[in-house]
Write a protein that binds this ligand. Sequence first.
Ligand SMILES: Cc1ncc(C[n+]2csc(CCOP(=O)(O)OP(=O)(O)O)c2C)c(N)n1
Ligand code: SF4
Length: 279
Amino acid sequence: MARNPQDYKGTLKPTWCPGCGDFGVLTALFQAFARLDLDPNNIAVVSGIGCSSRLPGFVSTYGIHGLHGRALPLGQGVKLANPKLEVIVTGGDGDAFAIGGGHFPHAARRNIDLTYIVMDNRIYGLTKGQVAPTSSLDFRTVSSPYGNFEAPVKPVVWALASGATFVARGFSAKVGELAEILMKAIVHKGFAFIDVLSPCITFNRTDTFKYFQERVVPLPKGYRPNDRIHALQLIEQEEDRLHLGILYQEDRQTLDDWLKKLETVAGRSTPQELVLRQR
Ligand SMILES: Cc1ncc(C[n+]2csc(CCOP(=O)(O)OP(=O)(O)O)c2C)c(N)n1
Ligand code: SF4
């Protein structure tokens, strides 16, 4: 019998503020899992620290709520130890691009086969509203009382420039569309990155649901996500629009492919075998 979204609900109820954008991401993830009919025992959801990083607590799959900024190293470790697991890494823009910013480009260029969902609320939610790497210029917060003087990081541009093989943008208010993107990201072989616009309704009164509703647009008619430069140009020329959908996808050797090749060509043990041998 096919599974339904309820099958992936954990016993803990989400502790997010009522109305937080992260609810939409969780619902979309349940839908994606159900539509792919994934066995919860074959999924690991891994995160760092932040409001969004609490997500692994709310699912019935395996999971780790780790250390701030270390979601990707954890997720990569899980995948290397058990390549059969479907690994989903989640967290906030602070976790991903500030403290965890050193890990992001390397996981992308390494093309390790996992799905990385960043819930981008353009602020630090858990610690009560400090400026984040994706905060807009001049944005006033408790830690930037005179306005943010740093140019915001553009997550999809960073992913594209780092060699990610699947790059998409979603919006937590468009749950159906987001579930569709997440399904394709999970099925993709390689590093799949999704920047989800996911408003913090408590501490960010600028980048609200209304703000994003007024700016999000679908990809241009006939857009084909197979040209990295074209994708970069589209994002760089957005001005006040935000395109939603799969911006780029390519097939490229994954880390796992490379490890298997290494084993046959060089006769060496893969990290997976080393782990198993130590048991
Ligand atoms: C090593 C370390 N540094 C700082 C913190 C404090 N801290 C916890 S969450 C967080 C940022 C949260 O923002 P984000 O990652 O964007 O997630 P959100 O809460 O917005 O979902 C910070 C700075 C920490 N827990 N550990
Ligand atoms: S503080 Fe913001 S990000 Fe955190 S749960 Fe509340 S609305 Fe969501």
